[in-house]
Design a protein around this ligand. Structure first.
Ligand code: ATP
Length: 197
């Protein structure tokens, strides 16, 4: 199965672009949603989180998000530790999910940290969705009802677009000047051709 990774900085529009591929019948695995699920359902991961961050990370079998957020969002090292535990569990969930997509010509994996997590190495091709910084900030402020400073804090945790572009095979410009749908259709054709080879 041809696997395409898709990423982009916060507010770049990667979810919007992924939904366009879904409209074309392409299954999309949303890694960030999966990460939340596996923290609840993957017993290997649950045990590892309890061992690393304490039994209090779960209350009556439910992830105590507040407790964990308090640890990892105040200490970069702890966040790296958590990511190092969660990413392999998401990879496992993705592999299981791919096996269920037998009818599809190819699949997409949408991940905010595609490059940072090393997940791109397991993708046959990668797409970077790009948008100007000012547009990304205003989109996220509007979508999430947060301040410019809060958006910038989130952005600072991610690799820059320039860093991502070096690793990406294809770039989609989501700058409200170039139309999205023709760009998606063109890539869809490229991937159908690749999948048929
Ligand atoms: P995050 O990493 O925060 O999840 P994202 O890269 O997935 O962000 P989206 O959620 O797809 O980004 O887009 C951010 C916001 O901008 C959304 O509210 C979306 O509807 C809007 N948006 C994205 N692309 C466009 C566009 N081309 N025209 C108008 N609005 C757009």
């Amino acid at each position: 199965m041809l696997k395409i990774g898709i990423t982009g900085g916060i507010g770049s529009g990667k979810s919007t672009v992924s939904k366009l591929f879904e409209l074309l019948g392409i299954p999309v695995f949303y890694a960030d949603t999966a990460a939340k699920t596996v923290m609840q359902t993957d017993s290997i991961l649950v045990d590892a989180i309890k061992t690393t961050f304490g039994e209090a990370a779960y209350t009556n079998g439910q992830l105590n998000r507040k407790y964990l957020a308090n640890i990892v969002f105040n200490d970069e090292q702890q966040l790296l530790k958590l990511n190092a535990l969660v990413h392999p569990a998401v990879f496992r969930a993705f592999d299981t999910w791919v096996l269920q997509q037998k009818q599809a010509p190819y699949v997409l994996k949408e991940a905010a940290l595609l490059f940072e997590s090393g997940s791109y190495k397991m993708s046959d091709k990668t797409i970077l969705v790009k948008a100007p910084l000012s547009l990304r900030i205003s989109r996220v402020m509007q979508r999430d009802g947060i301040t410019q400073q809060e958006v910038e804090q989130r952005m600072n945790k991610q690799l820059s677009d320039a860093g991502k572009e070096k690793l990406a095979d294809y770039v989609i410009q989501n700058n409200e000047t170039e139309l999205l749908i023709p760009q998606v259709l063109k890539l869809h054709q490229t991937f159908l051709t690749l999948a048929a080879q």
